[in-house]
Design a protein around this ligand. Structure first.
Ligand SMILES: Cc1ncc(C[n+]2csc(CCOP(=O)(O)OP(=O)(O)O)c2C)c(N)n1
Ligand SMILES: [Mg+2]
Length: 677
């Protein structure tokens, strides 16, 4: 384990072998970023570039210095102030400028803009604009490499502002705990927008904070490219030697405003001027000059070359095309569909055996891990404890701690790590104990998993599977019992599936793992103990189709998850009274299978939606609206909804039951609807 020392001694400059060629290269790299950005500011004023534009002027030595330590096969992930990193990494300046313009030729097809530069060839994973939100992704990318034995460094840039975010602390802990090959670069430019570090941190020594997680951490003069390069190279080497993560606090300063909207009321002009005396470009020029390695002519020639390069980038962007509006919804989901690995559910079931839904799910995970070495399970207590609902019981002993990974309580970090590992080519299954807890990871799910494919213009997909329990009925009160699947179904970019049968508990997971995009699986905790007949050769099932579970002619009940069994029970009671209900298991809330729903509406002309989730703005409202839009004239009476009561779930049994749509409630509503005629 790395020692936790914070060292601050300046690098021994004389020991840095600096030849003319390399010195001029570094100078040119910084100049290139500086001139590119000055031009960007000009183009912003000319309204060619819009949105937020965060410039890097003053901080160039950090990106340029660090980049010298990286190899082509290394990963890079950065914040929204990332033009410098992208250019220094070798992303084509024309593609960067076109991205700033929002043109199709941009490095993210114009979908990301200045804050979201992506590039596959240079392994540049954004451009991320949620402060601290990309740190868990770096953890996951490095985890993917460690699991596969790939020798690669993941380098993650972020600002001092991120240090106050929970994701910083969760990520550093996870990274240090698992000894992952991440080079963390904190660009401490002393401000997070207009808030100086001393107004946001009780401890302003950032390297010290990193060291408290047992990560070897060092502060460096971020205005001195040679110092940054020297430290980054040493740290990268140590990471490659298997010594775990390293952390650099690069002390720097931005010369311009936070973004183009910033009036800079929070700092004095004199302060900025003072820092400009420490301009990284001047510092390097002087250093080279002292060593007799540079001349004014060199600088003039460089300026001319850079000006030409920037002009060419602008011309490229100017000549670029706008994405046709018809392409608007491209890259919300991958276009290459499933890569089929697992056999389908057998058409004709011959031999079966009775197992619980929990066991069926466990078998699916076992099969996936046996057949695909990219699959691993990660979450709180999934290993040594066996899973809080005992779903993964025994898998730890079978597959070991690398593939059945117990995580610290850090929903955001481990869910984000799953997303990062998926980005890097793994097929992680992330288990979140309950959907209530998933709210702590909602940033990762909503802002990362659901957006990256689209934001990167189709470059990077996220094949992660996130499982979580849902639903009430166990007297677990208001922070363990909610049904939030409908809330997640609101989000484009993810798929939301809700297994209710043994086939689906077993087969949906396998299909989800083949899906190129993020899939959320909501498992009602009451169903884990259900038993069913599992075919000997059970395989995968579709995750985009609803299923008619009971044919009927008088009324359609649309439902999903545990409510399916209540609806089927109600249908039996109603059948005894001569009311013949059709019961449909929606199975998937996003995408909804409109075809199956509308076909049933056309058959029965009456619809009741049963949803354990809350009514207002819930999935039942969406379904009712779709029926109105697509099958209004088929209806004999208004669509009705039976939903969870709009209360935080209460603890006492009788109140909990009153808050959930149970079989007798369904019977009563159906009777009223049918007898209404
Ligand atoms: C989670 C989150 N909160 C707030 C913001 C708004 N915001 C954008 S940049 C920024 C300051 C971040 O400062 P720092 O991390 O130091 O990076 P710098 O801009 O200095 O490079 C804030 C508050 C955001 N993008 N994300
Ligand atoms: Mg800052």
């Amino acid at each position: 384990m790395a020692s936790m020392t914070v060292t601050r001694d300046p690098p021994v400059k004389d020991e840095i072998t600096l030849d003319r060629e390399h010195g001029l290269f570094l100078l040119r790299e910084m100049l290139r970023i500086r001139r590119f950005e000055e031009k960007s500011a000009e183009l912003y004023s000319a309204m060619k570039i819009r949105g937020f534009l965060h410039l890097y002027n003053g901080e160039e030595a950090v990106a340029v210095g660090v980049m010298q330590a990286l190899r082509p096969e290394d990963n890079l992930i950065a914040t929204y102030r990332e033009h410098g990193q992208a250019l220094a990494r070798g992303v084509d300046p024309g593609a960067v400028m076109a991205e700033l313009y929002g043109k199709m030729e941009g490095c993210a097809r114009g979908r990301g803009g200045s804050m979201h530069l992506f590039d596959k060839e240079t392994r540049f994973y954004g451009g991320n604009a949620i402060v601290g939100g990309h740190l868990p992704l770096a953890v996951g990318m490095a985890l993917a490499d460690k699991l596969r034995g790939i020798d690669r460094v993941t380098c993650c840039f972020f600002g001092d502002g991120a240090v106050a975010e929970g994701e910083f602390h969760e990520s550093l802990n996870l990274c240090a705990l698992w000894e992952l090959p991440v080079l963390w670069i904190c660009e401490n430019n002393r401000y997070g927008m207009g808030t100086a570090l001393e107004y946001s941190e009780s401890e302003t020594d950032i390297a010290k904070k990193a060291a408290s997680y047992k990560i070897e951490a060092k502060a460096v003069d971020g205005m001195d490219v040679l110092a940054v390069e020297e430290l980054a190279a040493r740290f990268a080497e140590e990471i490659r030697a298997g010594k775990g993560p390293r952390f650099i606090e690069a002390q720097t300063y931005r010369f311009r405003a936070h973004s183009m909207f910033d009036a800079e009321l929070y700092r004095k002009k004199e302060e900025v001027e003072e820092w400009k005396h420490r301009d990284p470009i001047t510092i390097l020029y002087q250093e080279l000059d002292e060593r007799g390695l540079v001349t004014q002519e060199d600088l003039d020639r460089m300026e001319a070359e850079v000006a030409k390069e920037v002009a060419a980038a602008v011309e490229f962007a100017e000549n670029g095309a706008w994405e046709p509006v018809e392409e608007l919804t491209r890259f919300v989901y991958s276009e290459n569909g499933h890569e089929s690995t697992y056999p389908d559910w057998p058409a004709q079931v011959t031999e079966t055996r009775e197992v619980t839904f929990r066991e069926a799910l466990r078998e699916a995970m076992r099969q996936a891990m046996t057949e695909d070495e990219r699959v691993f399970l990660m979450g709180e207590d999934v290993g040594r404890y066996g899973g809080c609902f005992a779903v993964s019981m025994g898998l730890f002993e079978e597959f070991g701690p690398e593939r059945i990974r117990d995580t610290p309580l850090s929903e955001s970090a481990f869910t984000g790590a799953g997303i990062g590992a998926a980005l890097a080519g793994m097929r992680p299954i992330v288990e979140v104990m309950t959907c209530n807890f998933s709210m702590l990871a909602s940033d990762q799910i909503l802002n990362n998993a659901a957006t990256i494919l689209h934001m990167s213009g189709g470059l990077f997909n996220v094949p992660v599977v996130i499982r979580m329990s849902t639903g009430g009925g166990k007297q677990l009160a208001a922070q363990h019992s909610h049904s939030l699947e409908g809330w997640y179904a609101h989000i484009p970019g993810i798929k939301v599936i809700t297994p209710a049968t043994i086939e689906d508990f077993r087969g949906m997971l396998l299909t989800a793992l083949e899906d190129p995009d993020p899939v959320l699986i909501f498992e009602n905790s009451l169903l884990y103990n259900h038993k069913g007949e599992l075919p000997a050769d059970a395989g995968k099932v579709p995750i985009d189709k609803a299923k008619v579970m009971r044919e009927g002619r008088d009324l359609t009940i649309l439902t999903y998850s545990a409510s399916l069994w209540r609806a089927l029970e109600a249908a039996e009671t109603l059948a005894e009274q001569g009311i013949d209900c059709e019961v449909i298991d929606l199975r998937t809330l996003r995408p909804l299978d409109d075809e199956t729903i509308m076909a049933s509406v056309a058959k029965t002309h009456r619809v009741l939606i049963v949803d354990e989730g809350w009514r207002s703005g819930g999935i039942s409202a969406e379904i009712a609206a779709r029926i109105m839009e697509q099958a209004f004239y088929e209806l004999d009476l208004p669509v009705e909804r039976l939903c969870g009561a709009e209360v935080p779930m209460p603890y006492p049994k009788h109140l909990e039951e009153a808050a959930m749509p149970l079989a007798p409630d369904i019977v009563a509503v159906v009777q009223r609807m049918v007898n209404h005629d």
